[in-house]
Design a protein around this ligand. Sequence first.
Ligand code: SF4
Length: 401
Amino acid sequence: MPTLIAPRARAPVYAERWPAPAAVESSAGLYIHVPFCARLCPYCDFDTQDRELHLIAPYARALVAEVQYLPAVPLHSVFFGGGTPSVLRPEQVAAVLDAIRARLSVAPDAEITIECNPNHVREARLAGYRAAGVNRISLGVQALDEALLRLLGRQHTVARVVAAVAAVRAAGFDDLSLDLMYGLPGQSLAQWERTVDAALALEPTHLSAYLLTLEPWTPMGQAVARGELTLPDDETVAAQYALLGERLAAAGFVQYEISNWARPGWAGRHNLGYWRGEPYLALGAGAVGRWGAARRKTTPLVPEYLRAVGEGTVPPAAVEPLTPEAQWRELLMLGLRLRAGIDPAAFQARTGLALEQAMPAADELMAGGFLEWAEGRLRLTARALLVSNEVLVRLGLAAGD
Ligand code: SF4
């Protein structure tokens, strides 16, 4: 999961406690980063590593210790992301959640998610997570096609995914999200159609589908640059995205964000908080939080993180102050990702700006068929969803290439 990563350079690095809650926000989500993977995938650009797996146990203990530095605010969601959080044993997850409940108040109906690798998912482990308080499983399926799974460097098979979903059900979880990827090298529309249908047959409550984006320094990015792999053309990618939307709508799913669909009532509470511009705290090495008028990224270096927490100090964090302009720009960029769009009155109440002041090019984009009003809110049109970045550039909200 990816997404809201602070710039690595320029931000000042210092170790300070999070500002007191009274000064900033009253309720939040909490993101917990687990930066370990059994093996690195060739397309991955996340803060994770596959070398020092012996540090998982000390890391789990450090997460418990770091909780004391968080502001004591009510939480509406907790999200274990990574990396591969399912490297944590149930008792390690339970210890972290117990520490969180002891310091922060966790709403009785809080959504508590853990991302799982299908290879780690066995009923006993899942039952342990459930006993610890986890109530939502996000399964990193990515593809339901053996050849594409191998290409992605994934260690699981299609049969393992099916067994993992059965284990999720047997452990008593109702809320299951599946992650898929499209726009993969050599992936045809027919292959994607079979993957989408196979995913729906697993009856998830929620589905996220991400377009593969390759950074040039990743092994897969380099293979594409050398011409050894070929990404599908724009028409194929657009057809894949359109097919996904049609299949999911026919199956009763509602699209609530560019890359996310859910059965009615099962939208992801934690990620909705990101897109609504709500505050979120962060725990763990490389974790990013947004609190008050700043974004804060804890050091991604696991040894440095462990050393600081072990010495009884707040782990170092890069803190990026957000000016009022940076905040309203972010609010617009995130809000346009939501199918509900942006409520102009709520935007003005929060920022003091009218929507037309913040987006002077909106009329032109509306005339071009990229923006529309729906139930009093401004949103991207269906045809703009796959080119949202270009729309943000034309609105002056994002930098072009
Ligand atoms: S499992 Fe996820 S976080 Fe780990 S290397 Fe693969 S893509 Fe990256």
